[in-house]
Design a protein around this ligand. Sequence first.
Ligand code: 5GP
Ligand code: MG
Length: 482
Amino acid sequence: MTSLDYPSHECGVFAVYGHPNAALLSYYGLFALQHRGQESAGIVTHAGSKTPFQSVKRMGLVSQVFNEKDIDQLKGSYAIGHVRYSTTGSSNLLNAQPLSADTSRGQIAIAHNGNLINAARLRAELEMKGSIFQATSDSEIILHLLAQPGASSETKNPLAALRELEGAFSIVIMGEKEIIGVRDPHGFRPLSLGKLDDAWVLASETCAFDLIGARFVRDVEPGEALIINESGLRSEFPFKSSQESFCIFEYVYFARPDSNLRNINVSQARVRMGQELARLHPVEADIIVPIPDSGIYAALGFSEELNIPYEPAFVRNHYIGRTFIQPTQLVRDFSVRVKLNLINSYVEGKRVVVVDDSIVRGTTAKNRVINLREAGAKEVHLRISCPPHRYACYYGIDFPDPEKLLANQYSQEELCAYLGADSVGYLDVEGMVRATRLPKESFCLACFTGDYPIPFDASFNKLIMERRHNQAHLLPDDAVLF
Ligand code: 5GP
Ligand code: MG
């Protein structure tokens, strides 16, 4: 790997302005956002005026990364934090965020969720101007753009430099006198504003506010920069306005069920997806079984709609984390049961509907159908609460190359045979959108439809795919992921 890594994936960001326990609040905030990234975590704090920013970031889960001493040493009433997600060997500490730098306009730290689609070009341009990059993620480009003295002399507004960015970015920025929350003009990724006593907080998801007892104030709008400083809160819209295209997969899978995205509760949207799915692909059956955790709410909706009992027959081990231990034959034999085990008595002799949120490569679905058959299920009907995934995501979700997506490998009938199911039914785009109760045109549906909200540079995408391909060997095919 010489220059660019493939871009960073889904992440979680958090920020606090004006609280004496900023580091501790960030720690708990990141804890609530852990599902958005399990590879590395970091917090940067600032104690005001010219004191140096304090930073702790390491590889691992939030609970492993920070100890009490770290939190004690992270002094100051301003903080930003980040959890990073990546599924390949590209992960390393240099790519961990927040990223910070001492620049001509003072210290800056940033934490980014999303993916820039013009990263290769921007990086090359910056390098031509003399920028030296430390790491390989696209997020570092944002730091360089903010640090450029040229941008400020021209416009006096460092945020104007962010107009260069194309793609998905929900960013929290910490300067010496302010905290800024920015969302790209399409608003691909979430970012919300909350209040805790006199302090302001920003978080990728509202579940982080619940944990620390903060009150949800509002979402940062697509294209908005919220600047929080001594004089309070100021809103700017530095970008050309665009049609909102919020990632619908946040509702389907990525966000935590207790979060509200655009004022819609995620768990309730998932229940409605299950109801829509039941109306679209009803089936006569004895029990509805979710694949936990991701299939739980859709299975509830499915069960409710058809009045068939919901039975939580799969039991999930919540303490797996990630294992990079190379699978030996011994492990291969039992690895499918590491994460989930089936209570056979629920399914023996029954006609079972098994519900999951999505199929990517098909590994989960195939194995769960096998489990159900082995346990004596009479029929196994697979229901998926989103449409077939056929296209790559360039805006921050880490799907494999399109040719590895199961829906691109088999026709509907072949798929059923491949998965060993009696029937397979996916939700359609219309039903999925209806379940959110938000207008269709406000969503990015690209991974399902191939309609990309921002035109993209095909050669760059090829580069991404090649890099993904080259790195694929670093992760064993049957590595146990969340
Ligand atoms: P598959 O086994 O088909 O490759 O993946 C489908 C399973 O992975 C589903 O249970 C779904 O909940 C989960 N999933 C869907 N999208 C993602 C993702 O972007 N990252 C991870 N780690 N899991 C995902
Ligand atoms: Mg799942």
